[in-house]
Write a protein of this length. Structure first.
Length: 625
């Protein structure tokens, strides 16, 4: 065979053929250059955790790898089917139906029939689906298995109404909810019953979930935090799969009509208010199908959002929480603003040493705040520059500012403990001098949480000067100790499943901007003075949590943080030794908590960076979008 391309195209001259070859090589070169450039960008993100888009770095291939590494094999499922539990409660699956696509309906029913745990029933209520094939399929499956119970309604009553009709069929000890076009993992009910055998007192259980796209592929896994009441008020992070003990469901009145599209959020709020033992199974047990029909099932998007706000408002009323509920930044999220019933004095403690320009910027941003009942304690730590003391003299005419000398060697914990004894306020705000408030009501947005008796400490949303995220709360275990959630994400990002734009519970928040009641600070003994530089704020929050308080992070108090310019970098042997010693103290002190993992962060997400990537068993944990 003649391999000369010119012989195949005799109508092309030699010169034209040469030009084609040159252009082909250029295109190939451009292609490889673009691939190399992409690789360099990915390596940069791999090394530094930089995620400028803010998208979760979870590719489909990475998720497939995670599924293989973490979910039961066929052999495992076979062993589950043979296992007999000491306690084998009946699980009743409640399914409201109205005209689902036939293929999706069959997939839902088949996923229930494939469960490795056998003591279940599925209670279906069809709201007079116009497609005659729906009733035929339902009756076909009901004839195949006596555990399938069916109610054919004379009309469509909506999601809530059809679910209520299905609930009339249940006989189980626990109730689970399943949409007509979604599916369960084959081991879903097995995991629920295993949890109930480990802890029989559980009365509310929820799991992680992912999405099924229109091609039936699994994507967008949502690895959820453990029980987080402030997060639930901000949006329904629990969603699927939910299993509720039957007597609890009856006590709260079951599902309610008038909340179509957010009936699950309304139920979860009411059930968790009265649940005695809430448990999160950190496994993907539910596959939520995303398609055009599912997006519009039940109420429209706006009606569902309004129903969600109504559900949260009624929750606040039942809990005697004074406040308002308005639209959040992302769809189906809410800004739950608690009312300030009192306006206590806030003592703002700012350690400072020289850097007058930075301090002045910080003080001016405080002066622009809408909250005015505060005092500022400037803890002066061995400044040397004449212009610093000249600046202090200009502050003498501002009665809200007091200068407190601290002549000892810099120790953040000792310094703040001393300043707290000088504070007149009921509330303390620990603030770095390299911060600048971005919204005038930032103090109110922190104070509304700090004044709640169940809350121990409150943190803010911090940005780098270039607009990227510096702090979205603290995740325990990152880098072996702790790290800032969403660090380096774009400032416009909504984060991992809205977590950059909703008020939520966290394990800790940074001391660069940390508010707490003075009684809480004194009740835990203040800062541990062994932590002179690092981890003192994390240790403080951990001790606050150990006392039974919640830690709250709010995105509605935003500041720019110019990141430790006063103290400087740990770039000397002395500083590095001190840092390593404080790491050792922290790890020794909180060894058990580090081993158990952060309850507000999934064990299936990486501890190598702050970008919520999947945690894979291969040496390279990182996956890219």
């Amino acid at each position: 065979m003649d391999k000369n391309p010119a012989m195949k195209r005799p109508w092309l001259g030699r010169r034209l053929e040469q030009r084609i070859r040159r252009w082909r090589k250029r295109l190939q070169l451009r292609f490889y250059e673009s691939r190399i450039a992409s690789g360099v960008r990915n390596c940069w993100r791999w090394l530094f955790g930089k995620n400028k888009t803010g998208d979760t770095p979870c590719s489909r291939n990475g998720y497939v790898q995670w599924i293989v590494e973490n979910e039961p094999s066929i052999e495992d499922l076979g062993r589950q089917r043979k296992l007999r539990f000491a306690h084998s409660p009946r699980i009743s699956l409640v399914v409201p139906l109205y005209n689902p696509p036939v293929a999706y309906l069959r997939a839902m029913l088949d996923s229930v029939l494939a469960q490795t745990y056998e003591n279940w029933e599925i209670c279906l209520a069809d709201g007079a689906s116009p497609a005659a094939e729906i009733a035929r399929i339902l009756e076909e499956y009901a004839r195949r298995d006596a555990r399938i119970r069916l109610a054919l309604l004379p009309e469509n009553r909506g999601i809530a109404g059809n679910s209520i009709a299905a609930l009339e069929l249940v006989s189980g000890d626990y109730i689970a909810f399943l949409d007509h076009d979604d599916t369960l993992a084959p081991f879903a009910l097995f995991e629920v019953v295993r949890a109930l055998n480990d802890e029989p007192e559980l009365d509310f259980i929820y799991s992680d979930e992912d999405h099924l796209n229109e091609n039936g592929n699994r994507e967008h896994p949502h690895f959820k935090p453990d029980w987080s009441p402030d997060t639930l008020r901000s949006h329904n992070y629990i969603c699927h799969l939910v299993v509720i003990r039957r007597d609890l469901l009856e006590r709260v009145g079951g599902l309610r009509e008038g909340f179509d599209g957010s009936q699950d959020h309304d139920l979860v709020l009411r059930a968790t208010e009265r649940a005695s033992h809430i448990y999160h199974i950190p496994k993907i047990l539910y596959h939520w199908r995303q398609h055009r029909a599912s997006m519009s099932k039940g109420a429209g998007k706006n009606e569902a959002h309004q129903a969600g706000k109504k559900a949260v408002r009624e929750h606040l009323a039942r809990q005697a929480i004074a406040g308002s509920v308005t639209d959040g930044v992302s769809p189906h999220t809410y800004d739950v603003r608690r009312s300030l019933l009192r306006r206590p004095m806030v003592s703002i403690i700012i350690p400072t040493q020289d850097h007058v320009d930075m301090l002045d910027r910080c003080l001016e941003s405080i002066a622009g705040s809408t909250y005015t009942n505060y005092e500022i304690l400037l803890v002066e730590n061995q400044s040397r520059r004449p212009e610093t003391f000249a600046y202090y003299r200009t502050l003498e005419r501002r009665p809200e500012i007091r200068l407190i000398p601290w002549d000892d060697r810099f120790n953040y914990s000792k310094l703040n403990n001393f300043a707290a004894t000088q504070a007149r306020g009921e509330v303390l705000l620990l603030l770095n001098n390299d911060t600048q408030a971005r919204n005038p009501d930032w103090l109110e947005r922190m104070l509304e949480h700090a004044m709640q008796p169940e809350v121990g400490a409150v943190g803010a949303k911090l940005f780098y000067p270039d607009g990227d995220i510096q702090h979205g709360g603290v995740i325990l275990g990152i880098g072996g100790v702790a790290g800032h959630a969403h660090k380096y994400f774009s400032g416009s990002s909504t984060g991992y499943f809205h977590r950059l734009v909703v008020t939520q519970n966290m394990s800790a928040v940074t001391g660069a901007c940390l508010m707490l009641r003075k009684e809480v600070f004194e009740g835990v003994g203040g800062f541990d003075e062994r932590f002179a530089i690092a981890f003192n704020d994390i240790d403080l929050c951990m001790r606050i949590r150990r006392k039974g308080y919640w830690i709250v992070w709010t995105p509605f108090a935003a500041l720019t943080h110019y990141e430790s310019k006063t103290r400087g970098a740990d770039d000397t042997i002395e500083k590095q030794c001190r840092f390593n010693e404080e790491v050792r103290i922290f790890v020794d002190t909180w060894h058990d908590a580090l081993h158990e993992g952060d309850p507000f962060y999934s064990p299936h997400l990486t501890l190598s960076t702050e970008n919520f990537a999947l945690r894979l068993q291969s040496p390279n944990e990182f996956t890219t979008s």
